[in-house]
Design a protein. Sequence first.
Length: 470
Amino acid sequence: MQVKGFRDTLKHILDLAQDLLKSEAGTIFLLDTDRNELVFEIVNGPKADELKGRRLKMGEGIAGKTAQTGEGQIVTRVKERKDFQGKFDRATGFKTESLLTAPLRIKDRIIGVIELVNKKDGVYTDDDLQILEGFAKSASSVLEMALLYERIEQSRKFLYGIIDSIPHPILLLDNEGNIVYKNRALNHLPFKEELIKRAVDKKNGDTIACYEKTFTLTKSSFNMRNEVGRMVEYTTLIFIEITDKIMLAELMAQKEVKERFFAGVSHNLKNPLTPIIGLSQILMSPENLPDDVIKEYAMRINQEGKRLGKLVRMFISLSREDHGSRNRFNIGDMLKRLGNGAISVSIMDEPLEIYANGEDIELAFEVLFETLKHKVSDFNVRCSGEDSCIFITINSLDFSIVEELKRGMEQDFLIDNPFDRSNTNSANLVFFREIVERNGGDIEFRNDCIKIKFISGMKNNTGKLIEKYI
């Protein structure tokens, strides 16, 4: 249903009345209650532009008397009426001969007067007055609807103005879920349609991730009249972006992790350094030591030096924010090299290549195998390819060992002694998980084995392998 605005409705009413009673000119006066005056609101006729906006006091002139008494007036010869306001004719040069007026009401309240001037085919009669009064009465409901519509429109514009002034994206829905309004901030989002789609089934307080942005959804309802005056429930969805807050929280968490991690590293680097320094001082002393003692000390220094080197390499790998350089390398060859005959390694397909940081991956598997050697007497490794994936399966593990490995890898670096090699929840396992995940891998724990999956790549339409960037 299309409803006209209040002024458009007034103009339409005046045009109809003027045509119905064949009048040369016509005016609709509206009552200004603040000043108790009638305003020339809608004017038809040859001098319309000169009369618009002019005013009459309540009770002044024929129209003023009609507004004051609520009774229609018929004037066949205006010169014979002392209350006729000839000043408007003198100001415009228009000549008024006869008048016909009727009050305009909404419910029982007079809101103005309709006035017709100079009947074209004679003078106004009592029948004309009855017709105009009946016409004005019939127009009451139309005017009421038009006024209501205008007030609704003003309220809507006011509401939309407030919504547009809010910097957060806002969506307004009607009771059937149809989009009523999108504010300026929402319209400026390049991914607004996707954000709206993801918000449909969300509840108040839910978070929505969309195109690397994260929003908290504030959802509320209110009642407002629609364009035909019916009370309807509307729902507002306010999207408050929290991306920066999340990033700040993550940065603070990372800062805490790094501080405690570096503290743990500093503490644990002393572990191998202490025997290296102590035994070195003994070997450099002037005392003559037996050859077997010197050999034993030298072997211990060598072991602790290798351990220290490995700790430093792990520390460097984990502290790199860019995760290091990556290239395509053969993970099957790497596993055979680490096995070195001491671990059974079965390579089922060739070549088995992944795009990753080869040095970090090799170090990760090295520390994993080292941890396993302290726990199980024998285990074997199987490596195979399927589609664009490479699977590395470590078999012959007890269920309890798998559970220990899982618990260890689920730890974070916030542990008192992150490099305690006697602890299966040590940084060896955490380091392995971190490096695998950084390079796009995934770890699956089964009853008697663990399975690591990497993406090897995918082929284009010519069959050429495309490197998979993680």
